[in-house]
Ligand binder design. Structure first.
Ligand code: BT5
Length: 315
């Protein structure tokens, strides 16, 4: 209603036109501001729109989404500590499965094991989604793998580039890190209460805008394509693909995820070293098993099963 208006619109006018109370209007204005809309509020005059956000909004994403459940509720913020942290808070407030949190920037973007995810403003995707899978906790690693597959396919659909996946959570282009996935769960011995899957994808960043520490190892879609990409269709494609692959997972068809994951795997058959909490396993990446664990052929003909760690590809 405020779009294209030079003058202020009073609370009474808006309230009449939309049939909602003035306090409801104020609540909406506050949530629009959190999304990056600049709205002036003057006591005797009302509201005036000064600037709209440059990033995809909740309504734009939902307009042509085509999912059943994922993205029914979407929260978009200009800046948060971490979208995963916000998603955890929303679960405590009763958020439903498929609720999405997006931010333009993160002040404490999280990688795995306490590492940091660089999250500058205005150019990338930082997205978290709340899931309540009815699967045994042993199958949890499959969530990360299915999310990696869904993101790789979404990127191919929208940008025409198919990333490879490095176990367990890296999306790579030409061996450089384009994105990462952080799966965090709240669980008990034999039941998963909920899961938050956090996805970071570098979209419109140039090499020099990466911090020096990751300039040689990170890449973005803009770098790979030589042009900027629009984030809106990519966000939609990610949510659609996630919903499809998640359905495959909860229907117990993990084998299909495993098969697709292997086609996209960056490490199959390669010499690797996997590090986890100070221990290193060296060998050849063989496969993943039905629970998403990595199987490594080690010296002497043995096979080690690895459930967590960082992979270094030797060649
Ligand atoms: C990851 O961790 O790859 C998981 C990243 C998940 C980020 C998303 S953004 C939305 C959601 N909210 C969050 O707070 N997090 C999730 P890991 O495998 O531990 O990789 C971290 C390492 O990647 C760092 O130690 C750096 O070396 C490198 N890195 C950091 N930021 C990067 C970036 N923007 N692009 C490429 N590499 C990066």
């Amino acid at each position: 209603m405020l779009r294209g208006k030079e003058m202020h619109l009073s609370g009474t006018e808006i309230s009449k036109a939309l049939g909602i109370s003035r306090s409801a209007i104020w609540k909406h204005i506050r949530s629009l501001r959190r999304e990056g809309y600049q709205i002036e509020a003057r006591p005797a005059r009302g509201y005036r729109l000064l600037a709209v956000p440059q990033h995809p909004t909740q309504w734009e994403i939902q307009a042509d989404l085509g999912t059943e459940q994922f993205g029914k509720d979407i929260y978009v913020f200009s800046e948060v500590d971490s979208t995963n942290v916000v998603a955890f808070r929303l679960v405590m407030q009763g958020a439903q499965e498929g609720t999405v949190v997006l931010a333009e920037s993160q002040t404490r973007g999280k990688g795995r094991l306490g590492r940091r995810w660089e999250s500058p403003a205005g150019s990338n995707i930082y997205l978290s989604i709340i899931l309540r899978p009815k699967i045994p906790p042993t199958k949890l690693p499959l969530i990360t793998l299915m999310a990696a597959v869904a993101c790789a396919e979404a990127i191919e659909e929208v940008a025409g580039l198919l990333p490879t996946i490095k176990w367990p959570n890296d999306l790579l282009i030409k061996g450089k890190k384009l994105g990462g996935i952080l799966t965090e769960a709240d669980m008990e011995m034999d039941v998963i209460n909920f899961v938050v899957v956090g996805i970071g994808i570098n979209c419109n960043m140039t090499r020099t805008s990466f911090p020096p520490s990751i300039q040689d190892t990170a890449t973005s879609l803009q770098e790979a394509l030589g042009r900027e990409i629009s984030r809106l269709p990519l966000i939609r494609a990610i949510l659609r693909n996630l919903e499809q692959w998640y359905t495959v997972l909860v229907q117990g068809r993990g084998r299909e995820i495993r098969r697709r994951w292997k086609e996209l795997s960056h490490i199959g058959g390669k010499g690797i070293a996997v590090t986890f909490m100070g221990t290193v396993v060296e060998g050849t990446a063989l496969d993943i098993d039905d629970d998403g664990a990595l199987l490594v052929q080690v010296g002497g003909g043995g096979v080690k099963r690895i459930v967590a760690g960082d992979v270094l590809v030797r060649g």
